[in-house]
Every structure is written in structure tokens, then in C-alpha cells.
Write a protein that binds this ligand. Structure first.
Ligand SMILES: *Cc1c(COP(=O)(O)O)cnc(C)c1O
Length: 430
């Protein structure tokens, strides 16, 4: 698959049927798998043999979809999870334990911000949030002897910051830790973080990968590039015997697959946030058109952003694809074909005007979702980021008047038409 272009991988990746097998990825809707002998089953439990035994650990449908996403990212190994939240939790928890520390940019998804800042703190794992525009020196200053990874979003939801991936990767590597990025918004069609030094990529497949707002899901992909053994004792979970698996040492037994094997055989075994095979099948259908949809999302979003930019009632527009945007240069470098369909903007009049505008939309719906085929709108300060203080909102790059518009793949004239009529209603009471 690695020789094919990304468009081909979207369609042909993952499932490769042999003679007489189903052309389309089968849904293996079975919790368990049969073996002829007790010994064979025992070897699976010791991780000595590869094979399926219980869907909480691995399932053939899920594995094919993980393999496709792995191919799209250019990674070495991957796993699906039940949600993007589970993916980000596992990705960090796989290298951090109680007493450890990690660094995250502050411009991240609200759910991830809570997970890191509140829930993981309760587990004894401390986080330092830093500005996504931090200089190398500022990133460096956040490191502690017990820092185990650096986390960021390639394209932040909803702040739409384009992260300087090479800068973050360089500082992480200088300090001997992996750089983990959530690539949900850009998708591998528009950005492949491994090419810029990221070590692990996570996804909420709930967004563009599914693309139709049908399934919640997540994925973790490992590049296989990070050397866990370089500094003895730094990542004991990977380089020292795992008592819960007869003393297996993941890096010795599994080499480049160590990280994903540990996350599957240890975290998934114990925490159980599995993707259901039916949902994996639906994600796979979404992936088959990901390359087409991302292109249309970007084309439409650029037209809408230009319309908003030229409208007298619009106070500001944030879309990195617009020349003049503060992240345009980074967009040109890391996502030259476009970012995604999500735009944010503010209306003159502030928070109340934003609410009135949203209530005036006809086709564009207010939903707690982004990144699917239908154009939708959300006011983070009233919805997804409601639990944050005004100060935290600003730190996360979310102005209180920010309207997040997820531009879909309808005809751009109809999207703009709906926005126009809502603006007329808001400002002129038409
Ligand atoms: C939605 C989202 C998540 C969380 O994913 P779920 O599938 O909703 O659990 C994580 N990161 C980003 C960037 C997201 O947009």
C-alpha cells in the first residue's frame, strides 16, 4: 500500500480479500474466536502467538480499519478506540504513570483540556499547558526531569491554530520524549505529521474520517520511529518486564510495534474502550471518500471565509487558508492543500448577537458536532467550552464571541445564502 497515493489508500487500504473472500470489509460481529486446542489459546494469552481471541483486545474488522488509517498516516502500527477521548487518554497514559508529567499546548479540544487538566491530574499525572505559539525556549522551560511526552493538535479545535510541528518535535526529541499530535481536523489527507517529526498521531474518527456524524470513534497510530530504549529507565512501561503478561518486555518482543502492542494488550485489556466492529465498518465507508470530501470541505470553507471577510457585520474571521491569517505561512508549510472545513468568526455586537445569528439560520443547524457533510454551527462559550472560565477560554484560544462554523459539502451558494439571510435577520430584522 505504501507505494500508492493517498486517494488510492483511502479506497484500497486495510482490507485485501483473498480468493473467494468478500470484496467489502466484513463485519466480524463476534466477541470471541474458536481454537482447536487449549495450548493454542494459552499461547495467545502469553502474547507468544498472534491471533484473535476476544474482541476487547482485537477484532479483524477493527484491525483492517486501523491498518487503513495507519497507511494513510504513513505509520507502523495502529489501533482503534471507542472515541477520540479514549485515543488521547491511551496515547498519553501509555507512557505516563502516577508521578509523571507531560506538556500540552493549551489550544486543544475542550474535552482533551479537561481530560489532561482535571481527570489525569486525579490519576497523579501532571500537565503543563503552554501557548501553541511558544518559542523553543518557552517550550524547553516547561520540561521537568519526569516529563514523558509533548502533546498538541495539528490544527486546533476550535482555535484553528496551525501548530509548528517541526519546532515542537525538535524540542521534544532534544529532551528524549515523544511528540504526540491529534490530527483530527486536518486528517492525513491534508497533513501527515510523521513527515514533520511527530512520533504518535491520534484521531477522533468521529469527525471527518466518519464524515457523516454516524459513529463516535478514535484511533492511535505509531510511526515506529521513537526509540523507547535510548535512555534506560525513562519509559519503564515499555522497556521493563510487564508482570501482568508473564514479564514480557514490549520493546524487546515487539520492536517498532511495542507502543501499540502495550496499549492494546494492557490498556485496552484493562480499560476496555473498544470500537464496535459495526462502527469500524461505518468509519471505513467514510474513509473511502475522505479525500474527495476534504477537498470540497476546503473549497467551500474558503468561499464562505471570503464572503464573511468582506461582510460589514463580521468583526473578524479566522481561517488559516486565508492569506493574511496569522497561521497562513504555517498552513502553507504543513497543510498546503488546505486545512479543513472549520472556520471561526465573530460578529459585531459580541456574544448576544452571535446567539441571535445562530438562531436565525435555516439550513445550517446548531449541533454539538463538527466536521461532517452537513454545515453546522456552534458557540463554544455556550456549548462545548461552557465549563471554562473566561480566562481559560482565552488561554484555549476561544474568544467569548467565537462562532464555530463547520462548512459542509452542500453547494457553497446555499451555505452562503443561509448565512446572508441570518445576517439580514440579525442586523436588519428582515
Ligand atoms: C472531537 C475531538 C476529540 C474527542 O473525540 P470524541 O470522538 O468526541 O471522543 C478529540 N480531539 C479533537 C481535535 C476533536 O475534535
Amino acid at each position: 500500500m505504501s507505494d500508492y497515493r493517498i486517494e488510492t489508500k483511502c479506497i484500497q487500504g486495510g482490507w485485501a480479500p483473498k480468493n473467494g473472500e468478500p470484496r467489502i470489509l466484513p463485519i466480524v460481529q463476534s466477541t470471541t474466536f474458536k481454537y482447536e486446542s487449549s495450548d493454542e489459546m494459552g499461547a495467545l494469552f502469553d502474547l507468544e502467538k498472534e491471533g484473535y481471541f476476544y474482541t476487547r483486545l482485537q477484532n479483524p474488522t477493527n484491525d483492517c480499519v486501523a491498518k487503513k488509517i495507519c497507511d494513510l498516516e504513513g505509520g507502523y502500527a495502529a489501533m482503534l478506540t471507542s472515541s477520540g477521548q479514549a485515543a488521547n487518554f491511551y496515547a498519553v497514559f501509555n507512557v505516563c504513570e502516577a508521578g509523571d508529567h507531560f506538556i500540552s499546548t493549551s489550544a486543544i479540544y475542550g474535552g482533551t483540556f479537561n481530560l489532561f487538566g482535571v481527570t489525569m491530574k486525579k490519576l497523579g499525572i501532571d500537565v503543563t499547558f503552554i501557548d501553541p505559539d511558544a518559542s523553543e525556549e518557552e517550550i524547553q522551560a516547561a520540561f521537568r526531569p519526569n516529563t514523558k511526552c509533548v502533546f498538541g493538535e495539528t490544527l486546533a479545535n476550535p482555535a484553528l491554530v496551525v501548530l509548528d510541528l517541526e519546532k515542537f518535535a525538535a524540542v521534544a526529541h532534544k529532551n528524549g520524549v515523544p511528540f504526540i499530535v491529534d490530527n483530527t481536523f486536518a486528517t492525513p489527507v491534508n497533513c501527515r505529521p510523521f513527515e514533520f517529526g511527530a512520533d504518535i498521531v491520534t484521531h477522533s474518527t468521529t469527525k471527518y474520517m466518519d464524515g457523516h456524524a454516524a459513529t463516535v470513534g478514535g484511533c492511535i497510530v505509531d510511526s515506529g520511529n521513537f526509540d523507547w530504549t535510548k535512555e534506560p529507565g525513562r519509559f519503564p512501561g515499555l522497556t521493563e518486564p510487564d508482570d501482568s503478561y508473564h514479564g514480557v518486555i514490549y520493546t524487546e518482543r515487539f520492536g517498532k510495534a511495542a507502543y501499540i502492542t502495550k496499549a492494546t494488550s494492557q490498556l485496552m485489556r484493562d480499560l476496555g474502550s473498544i470500537q464496535s466492529p459495526i462502527n469500524a465498518f461505518l468509519i471505513n465507508l467514510g474513509l473511502e471518500t475522505l479525500h474527495l470530501r476534504m477537498q470540497r470541505h476546503c473549497e467551500n470553507a474558503l468561499k464562505v471565509a471570503q464572503f464573511l471577510e468582506s461582510n460589514e457585520h463580521v468583526a473578524w474571521v479566522n481561517y488559516a487558508d486565508l492569506p493574511g491569517n496569522r497561521y497562513h505561512e504555517l498552513q502553507q508549510k504543513y497543510m498546503p492543500n488546505g486545512t479543513c472545513g472549520v472556520i471561526s468568526f465573530g460578529l459585531k455586537g459580541g456574544r448576544d448577537t452571535a446567539v441571535k445569528f445562530m438562531d436565525s439560520l435555516r439550513m445550517i443547524a446548531i449541533v454539538t458536532h463538527v466536521a461532517d457533510a452537513r454545515t453546522s454551527v456552534l458557540h463554544p462559550a455556550s456549548h462545548t467550552h461552557r465549563q471554562m472560565t473566561e480566562e481559560q477560554l482565552i488561554e484555549a484560544g476561544v474568544q467569548p464571541d467565537l462562532i464555530r462554523l463547520s462548512v459542509g459539502i452542500e453547494h457553497s451558494d446555499d451555505i452562503i445564502g443561509d448565512i446572508q439571510q441570518a445576517l439580514d435577520k440579525t442586523y436588519n430584522n428582515l
